[in-house]
Write a protein that binds this ligand. Structure first.
Ligand SMILES: [Zn+2]
Ligand SMILES: [Zn+2]
Length: 653
C-alpha cells in the first residue's frame, strides 16, 4: 500500500479528497490512542493510502492482535470526545520546542528538517495530541464513524533497510458504515480466495526456501491445471497458424548485447553465468570483481560498428568497447525469449510468401525481483510466458494484432472472465526517442486502436506509454470480487528486426525488413494460474480440475465394483480417484467437499447391481442415480466443451 503523499512530513500538498481527509484524520486518532495506551511510543508518520491509512511507530513492545482491538476501542473513544482538529502555524524554533516537550524528537525532528526554509510549518492538535502536519483533516473527530484497524507490519524508517524497522499499523476508513462493511467483505473474500492459501490447501504449488524464493514448484495438482491451460491455448494457436518451438533456458551474453537486453536491463536480471574456463582465467589473473563485471558488459569494436550501422545511430557508445582479448563471455538465464526466436527465424531465408511466421513457445524466463516484491505465484523470479513472436510485413501488422486479440477473447470468455479492459500504449507525440519511421508508427498505432475496438470492451489510449520500439496493448481483467489484474501484452516492434538485421525477400526481389510482434497475452503461466485460483476460489471447471471425479464406495462390499468403475473412468480419460478409507460415507463426502472435487460418485450395493451410480455434483448438489454409461458420457461432454461450473444451487461449504 504505497502512500500517495506524506502529509506529516510537511511537504506542500494538493488538497485531500474528503475520503482522504477521513483516512488521514484516522491516522492522528490512531496515534492519539497509541500514546494513551503506550506513552513511551515514538511516532514517525501516518499518511492516507489508496485503501486506508497507517501510522509508523517505534515501540519495544510488539503490537498484538489484542492490542489492535484495544487501540480501536480507544480510537472510538477519541471520536466520541468530538475533538476539533486545530491548525497552528509556528516558527522552526517553536516547532522544535513542541516536539521536545512531547518527547518525540527521535523521528519528528528529522521530518521537521525535511520542510524546506520558507515553507510553512504547521501542527494539528486534537485533544491532548499534537502532530507536525501540513493537513488537511476533518473538522471534528466525531466525523470518523466508520474505521477499522487491519494489520501490523514491519516498515523501515524512510523505507531504507539500513534504518530501524518500525511497526506499521494499517487501518481503513470510509464515509459510512455500509461502505466500510462492503470493503471488509471484499477483504474477507480476497483472504478466502488467496491463491497462496488455496495453493497450499489444494496442493497446487510449493515454494521451497532451499530451491529459492520466487521459484515455483508445480506440484501434481497444479501441473494438471497448467497442462490443461497450455493444451487449450496451443489448440487455439494451431487454429491461427502458429508453429510451436522449444529453446534452451540460457543464451550467450553476446546475444543479449546484440538485442540490447544486456547490460541495459541488468538490474532486472540474474547475474551472468561465467564459463569455467573464463572463470579460471580471471582468477589466475587476480582480476578484481568490479573488473570482471566491466569485462562482461563490454562489447567488441565489431559488434559496436554492426549495431550502430544497423540502427543508424550511436546505439552503443565507444566507452563500452574493449579489445577482444579483454572481453569475457558468459551466459545469461534468459530474461526473454525473443532473441532465441529471432535466431530461429533468421536460420532460413524467407520470402514474402512465407510471412507471417508465427513462433510460439511456453518459454521460461528469469527476472530478478527484489525479495520484498515476491508474492506467491503472481510475483516470481522464474516464470513461463505464453510467448510468441510474429514476423510479418508492414501490411500484415493490423491483421496479426487482431488475431492476438481474438485469442485473448476466446480464452478469457471460456474461463468466465468477461470483465476486462485494454490499454493501448501510444508514443508521446513530443518525444523523439522512438525507433522506426513515423508513418509506420501511425499505421501500427491505428492497427492497435482498431483491434482494441473490435473487442467490444472498454479501452483507453495512453500516450507516452508505448515502448521506444513500438506501440502496445495491455490486458487488465477484473475478477469476481472486483480486483484488477494486469495480465499480458501485445507489442509491435521495429527495433529488434533492425538490431538483428532480419530480412525477407519481397515481390520486388529485394530484401525488406519484417516487423515483429511480441505477444504473451496471459503474461505467464504462474501469474495466470495464480489469478485463476483466486477467480475460481479453487472451484475449477471440470476440464481444469486436478481431480475430476472421486468414487465413494458405501462399504467394503462395493470396493471391487468401485475399482472396476475407477478403471473405466480412467480409460475414458477422466482424472478419477477412489476413496478406500473405511470410514462412514458422510466423512468421505465431507473430504471430497474440502478437496473441492467437482463430482463424487457414490456406489452402494443397489446401484452397483443395477449398473449405476449416485451422482453428487459440487455445483448442483445431489443429482440422484444415473446409469454408469450416461454418467460417463455426461462428464466427458462437460470436459470436452470446457463448460464453466453451472451453479444452479449455492456452492456447498
Ligand atoms: Zn495530519
Ligand atoms: Zn519478445
Amino acid at each position: 500500500m504505497p502512500a500517495r503523499r506524506q502529509p506529516c512530513a510537511g511537504a506542500t500538498l494538493m488538497p485531500m479528497t474528503p475520503l482522504e481527509e477521513i483516512r488521514h484524520s484516522c491516522s492522528h486518532v490512531l496515534a492519539t490512542a497509541v500514546l494513551r495506551l503506550f506513552p513511551e511510543a515514538k511516532l514517525d508518520i501516518g499518511p492516507p493510502t489508496e485503501t486506508g491509512f497507517y501510522y509508523d511507530i517505534d515501540l519495544d513492545h510488539r503490537f498484538t492482535a489484542e492490542d489492535l482491538v484495544r487501540l480501536e476501542a480507544e480510537m472510538r473513544q477519541v471520536a466520541d470526545e468530538n475533538q476539533p482538529f486545530l491548525r497552528k502555524e509556528v516558527s522552526r524554533e517553536e516547532a522544535v520546542e513542541i516536539i521536545r516537550s512531547r518527547g518525540q524528537e527521535r523521528y519528528k525532528l528529522g521530518r521537521l528538517a525535511d520542510i524546506s526554509e520558507g515553507e510553512k510549518i504547521s501542527f494539528y492538535q486534537n485533544g491532548e495530541f499534537i502532530d507536525l502536519c501540513a493537513g488537511t483533516h476533518v473538522r471534528y473527530s466525531s466525523k470518523l464513524k466508520a474505521f477499522k484497524l487491519l494489520s501490523i507490519a514491519g516498515a523501515y524508517h524512510r523505507g531504507d533497510e539500513r534504518n530501524k524497522q518500525l511497526q506499521r499499523i494499517y487501518g481503513t476508513a470510509f464515509a459510512n458504515k455500509e461502505e466500510l462493511a462492503q470493503h471488509l467483505h471484499q477483504l474477507e473474500q480476497a483472504r478466502l480466495r488467496d491463491h497462496r492459501k488455496l495453493g497450499r490447501d489444494l496442493k497446487l504449488f510449493h515454494i521451497d526456501e532451499e530451491v529459492g524464493q520466487g521459484l515455483i514448484l508445480w506440484t501434481p495438482n497444479g501441473a494438471v491445471i497448467r497442462q490443461e491451460l497450455q493444451t487449450f491455448i496451443s489448440e487455439e494457436l494451431r487454429k491461427q497458424g502458429y508453429a510451436q518451438v522449444f529453446t534452451p533456458h540460457i543464451g550467450k551474453l553476446e546475444l543479449y548485447k546484440t538485442s540490447g537486453h544486456f547490460p541495459y536491463y541488468k538490474d532486472a536480471q540474474f547475474a551472468p553465468v561465467l564459463e569455467s574456463d573464463a572463470l579460471a582465467r580471471v582468477v589466475a589473473e587476480n582480476c578484481p570483481c568490479g573488473e570482471v563485471f566491466a569485462r562482461l558488459e563490454a562489447v567488441s569494436g565489431q559488434l559496436r560498428e554492426q549495431i550502430n550501422a544497423r540502427t543508424g545511430r550511436e546505439t552503443i557508445t565507444a566507452d563500452r568497447v574493449r579489445p577482444d582479448a579483454d572481453l569475457l563471455d558468459g551466459f545469461m538465464l534468459k530474461p526473454m525469449n525473443c532473441p532465441h526466436h529471432i535466431k530461429i527465424f533468421a536460420s532460413q531465408p524467407h520470402s514474402y510468401r512465407d510471412l507471417p511466421v508465427r513462433l510460439a513457445e511456453f518459454g521460461t524466463v528469469y527476472r530478478w525481483e527484489q525479495s520484498g516484491e515476491l508474492n506467491g505465484m503472481t510475483r516470481v523470479r522464474g516464470f513461463t510466458q505464453d510467448d510468441a513472436h510474429l514476423f510479418c510485413t508492414e501490411e500484415q501488422v493490423a491483421a496479426e494484432v487482431l488475431g492476438c486479440l481474438s485469442l485473448v477473447r476466446t480464452v478469457l470468455s471460456t474461463l468466465g472472465m468477461a470483465d476486462y479492459r485494454v490499454r493501448v500504449g501510444l508514443r508521446d507525440p513530443d518525444s523523439n526517442k522512438y525507433t522506426g519511421e513515423a508513418a509506420n508508427w501511425d499505421k501500427a498505432e491505428e492497427a492497435c486502436r482498431a483491434a482494441a475496438r473490435t473487442l467490444g470492451v472498454p479501452f483507453t489510449e495512453e500516450p507516452g506509454e508505448a515502448a521506444f520500439y513500438g506501440p502496445k496493448i495491455d490486458f487488465v481483467v477484473r475478477d469476481v470480487i472486483g480486483r484488477e489484474w494486469q495480465l499480458g501484452t501485445v507489442q509491435v516492434d521495429y527495433n529488434l528486426p533492425i538490431r538483428f538485421d532480419l530480412s525477407y525477400i519481397g515481390p520486388d526481389n529485394q530484401p525488406h525488413r519484417p516487423v515483429m510482434i511480441h505477444r504473451a497475452p496471459f503474461g505467464s503461466m504462474e501469474r495466470f494460474c495464480g489469478v485463476l485460483i483466486e477467480h475460481f476460489a479453487g472451484d475449477f471447471p471440470l476440464w481444469l480440475a486436478p481431480e475430476q471425479v472421486r468414487i465413494l464406495p458405501i462399504s467394503e462390499k462395493t470396493i471391487e465394483p468401485a475399482r472396476a468403475l475407477l478403471a473405466r473412468l480412467r480409460a475414458e480419460g477422466l482424472r478419477a480417484t477412489l476413496d478406500e478409507h473405511s470410514d462412514k460415507l458422510g466423512a468421505k463426502i465431507r473430504r471430497a467437499e474440502i478437496d473441492k472435487v467437482p463430482y463424487a460418485l457414490v456406489l452402494g450395493q443397489k446401484e452397483a447391481e443395477a449398473g449405476g451410480v449416485s451422482v453428487r455434483s459440487r455445483a448442483r448438489g445431489d443429482e440422484g442415480v444415473l446409469a454408469t454409461d450416461a454418467c460417463v458420457a455426461r462428464l466427458r461432454a462437460e470436459v470436452a466443451s470446457r463448460a464453466l461450473p453451472d451453479r444452479r444451487k449455492a456452492t456447498p461449504a
